[in-house]
Design a binder for this molecule. Sequence first.
Ligand code: SAM
Length: 246
Amino acid sequence: MASIVTGDGSRTLFCESVGEHYHSTKDGAFSEALYKHVLPAWKYRIAKRQKVTVLDICFGLGYNTFVLLWYLARKKYAGHLKIISPEHDRRLLASLADFKYPKEFNDLSPIIREVAENNRYERPGLLIEVFGVDARSWLAGLEGPFDIVFHDPFSPAHNRKLWTREYFAELKRVGADDLFLTTYSTATAVRMGLFENGFHLYENHHRKVLVRSSTLASLTRLPLAEIDMRLKRQRNPAATSLRDDR
Ligand SMILES: C[S@@+](CC[C@H](N)C(=O)[O-])C[C@H]1O[C@@H](n2cnc3c(N)ncnc32)[C@H](O)[C@@H]1O
């Protein structure tokens, strides 16, 4: 697969069979990972903790994981980090050592190489494990607790089973009591599925750098203006979550 240069100069891929890019080509692969996933996770969870477990769904090119490592190195984070990730495309995983990542990842190249070769990297304070499996069936057998979920599958139109109310219930089952989730999707049906599982929902804007906003979801309240999902439902009773069977 030929890589494509995105809006911030970092590269992504286009999946022919799905008809979607792996990242927003306008916002950029690196910027999307940083602003939609890593910065909120840092601000609302990681900064004050010495031990964090992240579920990175789905690994793809690994930007969410690698930008997190880059950012934590800049912050001189000295805590323990464990990242677990499903990615069903094993050929993609094996190819990552040759992918043209942005220069910010230069220091990460030994980690990227090991993840591509062994789907695993471990050193004191850091464990990364990537599983070449279908995320939904794998999740059913997974044990938590996870503190943070980077939720980054293809869109609901193509990856529906990773956006349903039942799927979010599975995430909650493996999540900590204050599970925090980040996703690029702002679809009402997606937010409803999270809301119906007890998540509080928030808009994540970075207007100076990103074209699109994204969603933050947390089982505990964040110091932000909450999206009023009850009001959304009152105004539009047809606004429902996606379900496994419809
Ligand atoms: C939007 S891309 C992920 C981008 C990635 N987070 C990154 O930062 O590069 C979606 C990924 O989901 C994977 N995928 C699609 N369906 C899946 C499934 N059922 N289980 C596991 N991985 C899946 C695709 O192979 C693709 O790599």
